[in-house]
Ligand binder design. Structure first.
Ligand code: BGC
Length: 693
């Protein structure tokens, strides 16, 4: 590389269609999230980047045919099935190749610290082990297609309010044992070629300008060999290069292009910058060659929407969680005479989340409910529904039943129809989007009142939820059944229908605790949401100090917080019903090999899948609760399987400032049907050890 070539790969442009309409993109660029020029003289390909956590988001560029939307990340994690999530990643990456992209900005791995975070649906769970396994699987799938995957947003990027300047305050130990552990496991398992640093600050330093996070933890302690790209509009100065940032993304969104001529000049006069520049190029080139971007360039091709839709449907089917089923109200009988379907635009489509991860399905959205306003913010504030129509899928499944539809806008109208029908199915929605947190966990637009009224009028009321994350259910006791469908993706309606009619035995388990009220959460409100501080664009950011105190819960996120505060959630982490029953027995933990073995039996009458969860409840005298292993097991009626699960020693340990300390002593473990439904604990003797980070 000659000196002029050395800063080509270190910065890139924001390359959306809106940008392209004002400033022409380079000739070989395609509209997408980002573009980093290549070096043709050296056969180094350009990086063509699209968002893609839940499907290829920038998909109306080269071929205007849309892309296959996977269900939300919460839905994926509810499957507790890494192999399935890996298949989803491979599917997305194959679509990305067919659209000309070679970098996916996927792999959202922030832990759910607050269910009101507007990006909850983009993240997998509240638990570091589950999130790490899911992220690792998604990345493995993506990179199997010779596409660079990122893991994002490092780190502690837990809310949208004040996202460009909020400062997370947290101790090192708490961060290492929670959010950072999720990234550590995800990176180990998935080996992503790239990491995206976040917008927010942690302990006074911006994530993309953070020597501790990027150099000490990511590159030195974890041995990460790929490159760190910034989030779009997250770079604050040239010195970020010294603090571990390798590539400035979406440079028009920053005050300046720091990593172009400015970086070249610094490298020409300062050996520290020269060494860093060499390392930056080394890391980016290594990522390109390790993933095979040079030898396997994308090939524009049509998408097989049928085959890819099958993948999305499989994820939706395994991710749906049955939360309530009184007197076997489900499965529905295809012989029911009349069913009224109410609300949720169930006559048109299924809901999806907004922001940079928004996928335009084949043919574009079924319907869009505009959010108002202007510009980028306006499109991110519009609710989009995928073209998968619950009413039609139900009609096709049960042709003898008379289905009617009511939009649910007027309770009196819905009630009149509900009173006359054998069964009422209410589709309820909670829309979330990047750029805005939700103020509370209610179902907006009066849906809680609608459900309460319908359930009071019809004892066979089934609620199907299409939501980003945990919601409250003040009407729960009045309903016959509740089905958690999340944002169910391109074939959501078909998946929901198959669960409702028992063609699929639901096996999803909650990857997050559903609180009984917001007062049970560590913070009364999202920090900053009680002040008038816009969050969307960096230029809007008012740099008033705003601390976000994560030391309140520390590493005790979600179920761990509920154990600590003795609070009873609405639904616990790990919870989910199904149409058969399982027994779990014979738990033994080998404290030397760190394996848990046990037997699971399908003791009911239908084939189904259990998700066995192994929890640590006591670590050498320290009461705790941590998920230390899990396995999804498919069983036919009467079948038993002996299972052995490997336990990660870091989950038995505490962070000591330099590494992990496993205290020697007696450890107690229990098999769980959820985080609160635990079997009898067993003891295992574990030797003391110090583990390197
Ligand atoms: C988001 C990232 C995304 C990037 C590029 C940012 O606003 O935080 O998740 O990858 O935009 O679209």
């Amino acid at each position: 590389m000659n000196p002029a070539e050395r800063t080509i790969l270190t910065h890139g442009i924001w390359a959306t269609k809106a940008v392209a309409s004002q400033t022409p993109l380079p000739e070989d660029a395609i509209p997408g999230a980002g573009y980093v020029a290549g070096i043709p003289r050296l056969n180094v390909p350009a990086l063509k980047e699209t968002d893609a956590g839940l499907g290829v988001a920038y998909n109306l560029g080269v071929r205007k045919d849309g892309a296959t939307a996977l269900p939300s990340a919460m839905a994926m994690a509810s499957s507790w099935n890494p192999a399935l999530v890996q298949a989803g990643g491979a599917m997305i990456a194959a679509e990305a190749r067919a659209k000309g992209f070679n970098v996916l900005l996927a792999g959202g791995s922030n832990l759910m610290r607050d269910p009101r975070n507007g990006r909850t649906f983009e993240y997998f769970s509240e638990d570091p082990l589950l999130t790490g396994y899911m992220a690792g699987a998604a990345i493995t799938g993506i990179q199997s297609q010779h596409i660079i995957s990122t893991i994002k947003h490092l780190a502690l990027n837990g809310q949208e309010t004040a996202r460009h300047f909020g400062n997370v305050v947290i101790t090192d130990a708490a961060a290492r044992e929670s959010d950072l552990l999720a990234f550590e496991i995800g990176i180990e398992r998935g080996n992503p070629a790239s990491v995206m640093c976040a917008y927010n600050q942690t302990n006074g330093y911006y994530a993309c300008d953070n020597d501790y996070l990027l150099n000490t933890v990511l590159k030195r302690a974890w041995g990460f060999k790929g490159f760190v790209m910034s989030d779009w509009g997250a770079v604050h100065g040239l010195q970020s290069a010294i603090n571990g940032l390798d590539q400035q993304s979406g440079e028009q969104l920053d005050p300046k292009v720091f990593f172009g001529s400015e970086l070249a000049a610094a490298a020409a006069s300062d050996p520290l910058y020269a060494a860093r520049l060499k390392d930056m190029n080394h890391r980016i080139l290594r990522a390109i060659y390790a993933t095979g971007l040079d030898t396997h360039p994308p090939v524009i091709a049509p998408i097989d929407f049928k085959a890819n839709g099958d993948v999305a449907q499989a994820v939706a089917e395994q991710g749906i969680v049955l939360l309530r089923n009184q007197n076997n109200a489900l499965p529905l009988m295809a012989s029911a005479k009349s069913v009224v379907v109410i609300g949720g635009y169930a006559d048109s489509g299924v809901l999806s989340g907004g922001g940079s991860s928004q996928v335009q399905g084949e043919g574009g959205p079924a319907i869009t409910i505009p959010g108002g306003g202007e510009g980028r913010a306006s499109s991110w504030r519009s609710e989009n529904y995928q073209r998968s129509i619950p009413l039609r899928a139900l009609q096709m499944r049960a042709p003898q039943t008379a289905f009617t539809y009511r939009d649910g806008k007027y309770i009196s109208d819905a009630l009149a129809a509900a009173k006359k029908a054998d069964v009422a199915i209410v589709f309820a929605t909670q829309w979330m989007t990047e750029s805005a947190d939700v103020p509370d966990l209610s179902l907006p637009r009066g849906q809680d009142a609608l459900i309460a009224a319908v359930a009071a009028a019809n004892p066979h009321t089934v609620v199907v939820l299409e939501n980003g994350g945990p919601v409250l259910m003040p009407w729960l006791d009045k309903t016959a059944a509740v089905v958690e469908a999340w944002y169910p993706g391109a074939r959501g309606a078909e998946a929901i229908t198959r669960v409702l009619y028992g063609d699929v035995n639901p096996s999803g388990r909650l990857p997050a605790t559903f609180p009984a009220s917001e007062s049970q959460l560590p913070r009364a409100v999202i920090p900053g949401s009680d002040k008038n501080i816009p969050a969307f664009d960096r230029k809007e950011a008012v740099n008033q100090p705003l601390d976000i105190d994560y030391n309140i819960e520390g590493a005790d996120i979600g179920y761990k917080w509920f154990v600590r505060t003795h609070a009873k959630p609405l639904f616990p982490f790990g919870f989910g019903l199904n149409y058969t029953s399982f027994s779990r027995s014979g738990l033994k933990v080998d404290g030397k090999e760190l394996t848990a073995s046990f037997t699971v039996t399908n003791s009911g009458a239908r084939a189904g899948a259990d998700v066995a969860q192994v929890y640590l409840t006591d670590a050498a005298g320290q009461a705790t609760q941590r998920l230390v292993g899990f396995q999804r097991i498919e069983l036919v009626p009467g079948e038993s399987k002996a299972i052995s699960v490997k336990l990660d020693p870091r989950l038995l340990a505490n962070w000591n400032g330099k590494g992990w300390t496993v205290k020697g002593g007696i450890y107690r473990f229990a098999l769980g049907a959820s985080a609160v439904d635990l079997g009898t604990p067993v003891n295992a003797s574990v030797a003391g050890a110090t583990l390197k980070p």
